[in-house]
Design a protein around this ligand. Structure first.
Ligand code: PXP
Length: 242
């Protein structure tokens, strides 16, 4: 199987920084350490309420980061303008309001087809690789394919909550079905050293985006070692053959 990419989400470094309103700890420094530790990309979510990552963080990430930046954002005009100014490598569209979500918590790509179509089109015209963060559900895979996005990111939150076979099967089925429709398949949310292996083993997956657990673990063992340990846990779940 091909090597799975690891995107490190640095949002919660900013959460800790913002708890005191100062400059420390700096999420851009965290991105540099993750880069050195072997991450393949960096993910940051600029939320509408700026509760963690700020506009200034995105400016600095675009200027200083040597890895591809995956900008997570809501499908709003404000975020579209920001993405078009910065032109990150990738933009992952995520739901922020309750009414944008499916029952499983991902973006309702099927229900929001009409509003997402021009939005996705503008990002794609700017050369930004668009992904949709969706539930592992065939209907959402079909909706993503209809919208013409190259990537979907499967929401692993429900799997991470109960680590049961049922949720794992939903991820496996959606990954196989989505890949069959020509989509590149990513996954993320709630992944830990213990639960990442079974997800990494899903052969159609190309990338995992992992934040909270890595940043939390960094408190105990340091950020570089936490990134390397997550990499090792992914590799243990997916032996690389070529
Ligand atoms: N992928 C997406 C689209 C997300 O919104 C998040 C959480 O911000 C993650 C991945 C990472 O989730 P976690 O922080 O639980 O690892």
């Amino acid at each position: 199987m091909k090597r799975l990419r690891l995107g490190v989400n640095i949002d919660h470094v900013a959460t800790i920084r913002n708890a005191r309103g100062g400059l420390h700890p700096d999420p851009v420094r965290a991105a540099a350490i993750a880069t050195e530790a072997g991450a393949d990309g960096v993910t940051a979510h600029l939320r509408e309420d700026r509760r963690h990552i700020t506009d200034g963080d995105i400016d600095r990430l675009m200027a200083e980061l040597t890895l591809p930046l995956n900008l997570e954002m809501a499908a709003t005009m404000e975020m579209l303008d920001i993405a078009l100014v910065h032109r990150p490598h990738a933009a992952c569209i995520v739901p922020e309001r309750r009414e944008e979500r499916t029952t499983e918590g991902g973006l309702d790509a099927a229900g929001q087809h009409n509003s997402l179509t021009p939005f996705v089109g503008r990002l794609r015209e700017a050369g930004i690789r668009v992904s949709l963060f969706v539930a592992p559900d065939r209907r959402q895979m079909e909706a993503a394919a209809r919208l013409g996005v190259p990537v979907v990111e499967l929401h692993t939150g429900p799997y991470a909550h109960d680590a049961g076979e049922r949720e794992l099967d939903r991820l496996r089925d959606a990954a196989e079905y989505g890949a069959g429709l020509g989509l590149e398949i990513h996954a993320g949310h709630g992944l830990t050293f213990d639960n990442v292996g079974l997800v990494a083993a899903i052969p159609q997956l190309a990338e995992l985006n992992i934040g909270h657990f890595i940043i939390g673990e960094a408190v105990f063992i340091g950020l570089g070692p936490a990134v390397r340990a997550m990499r090792a846990a992914m590799d243990a779940g997916r032996p690389v053959t070529g």
